[in-house]
Design a protein around this ligand. Structure first.
Ligand code: HH2
Length: 265
């Protein structure tokens, strides 16, 4: 899944795709590089980010979604705002990626809408809200709580009529989690992947910076660490890996897939 942020302030690609032509170029480049899905977002949810007015968010993503209708790749909308999702359903999307985890009853109600029938959904876990979430995240048992939440939401969405195979669960790396929390969740990925379809988003994130001694480096210099994490997530059974560096990740996963099969056989 290639990330396309139409924002001035995303932690990694903020400001790079603000003009429509830049966004379309990036989308076509990701397709050529081997992306299977494009994830389009109009609100940064990095730690400390202020919420964006939904009308502003729609102004950012709407024209991009319209222009990408014929690109030949599934389009995912990264939004937690019902009004933005509602408008995007009229334009045409294939997956709703809600970092709010479909806790909002209005987001849930949209899943009953005939326009949402057959769409994919991604349920992500987040403790708190982006502005505050990294201040003092705390859990009694992070794995139990996060997996428990995701499983509860999976059941709820199935009850709303979403097909089980259309649901992706995401532990939400970096969303209200310390490095230790992230590591515990990464360590338990194989458990979650054994029972559900899972999306993993760690590309260029702070945890990658911390683990590769590149915490103070610009996010785009965290490629090596991001690739290592992508391969390990695939090894654990993740169905979708959300990344900024599509070409390098696709290369790494292609090599991993063949060599891993060779080792196993
Ligand atoms: N991470 C980000 C945004 N959306 N969605 C899912 N399902 N999982 C994630 O881990 C995830 C996500 C944050 O990354 P990015 O979009 O690059 O940055 P920003 O929020 O600053 O736009």
């Amino acid at each position: 899944m290639g990330i396309l942020n139409i924002t001035p302030d995303s932690f990694s690609d903020g400001g790079r795709h603000i003009h429509l032509a830049q966004a379309l170029d990036a989308a076509h480049r990701m397709k050529a590089d081997g992306a299977d899905i494009l994830d389009i977002g109009g609100e940064s949810t990095r730690p400390g980010a202020a919420p964006v007015d939904p009308s502003e968010e729609l102004q950012r993503v709407g024209p991009v979604l319209e222009a990408l209708q014929d690109i030949g790749l599934p389009l995912s909308l990264d939004s937690r705002r019902p009004s933005v999702v509602d408008a995007a359903l009229d334009i045409g999307i294939d997956l709703i990626n809600d970092v709010g985890g479909f806790k909002d009853p209005e987001m849930q109600a949209l899943l009953r809408d005939p326009r949402a029938r057959g769409l994919g959904v991604c349920v992500m876990h987040m403790q708190g809200e982006p502005q505050q979430m990294q201040k003092s995240p705390s859990y009694e048992s992070v794995v139990e709580e996060v997996h428990g939440f995701l499983q509860k939401q999976q059941q709820l969405l199935e009850g709303l009529g979403v097909a089980p195979e259309s649901i992706l669960l995401d532990p939400g790396f970096g969303f209200g989690k310390t490095l230790d929390h992230n590591l515990a969740l990464f360590d338990s990925l194989d458990l979650l992947c054994g029972q559900h379809r899972v999306l993993v988003g760690v590309s260029r994130k702070r945890m990658i910076g911390q683990l590769s001694a590149r915490e103070d480096a610009p996010a785009h210099e965290r490629l090596g660490g991001s690739l290592a994490a992508a391969v390990l997530a695939a090894q654990a059974g993740a169905s979708v890996i959300r990344v900024h560096d599509v070409r390098e990740t696709v290369d790494a996963l292609r090599v991993w897939r063949v060599l891993n099969a060779a080792i196993v056989s």
